[in-house]
Write a protein that binds this ligand. Sequence first.
Ligand SMILES: [Zn+2]
Length: 217
Amino acid sequence: MAIYVLLGPPGVGKGTLAEMLCAHFGFLHISTGDILREEVRRGSELGRRAQSFMDSGGLVPDETICAIMASRLQEDEVRRRGCLLDGFPRTLPQAEAFDRLVSQGAPAVERVVLLQAGDELLMQRLTARRVCGACRAVFNVLFTPPRQDGVCDKCGGALEQRGDDTEATARARLRVYGQQTEPLVRFYDQRGLVLRVDASQDKHEVRSQVCAALHLA
Ligand SMILES: [Zn+2]
């Protein structure tokens, strides 16, 4: 079965597309973010190591990520069902490490789906979250807005923007994404593997374009 890599900036809707494709085709959705959060929750050695990087605002090193993915990609289930990789490879060294795994018998990348959208739209989405300061209820000013601006529907508390969701943080995330991803896209472009999809469209339209291009019915 095929291995697909999903690339795209934060806020572009990778998670939504992954969910739709995996529900429909039975692919495994392998998200490095989910794996790391799970390891942190379990308090494993790997989780503790990853947490220390995340706490200091840094990225988890390539070596750690590659170690996780090496074991995951060798699993029978991956071969049987195919998978959608979300968050790996994220850097050029990770893509090169992936090639080494393939030479040791892991399945190779079939296509790379690159979701694209303008910075303006991404900024709107990334800064749309509001959290109630009193009861912690979460709202989204674009998709699930509160009935009254800035006021929690559930308890009347004041809604706040968390540090992660501010404009400065969102810009920084998009910048880091661009720096890391450009070399990666060139790497896969040289092999003719990259499928570019306009992700500013409706999510069902995005899904059907991806399916058509990948010859998934
Ligand atoms: Zn509240």
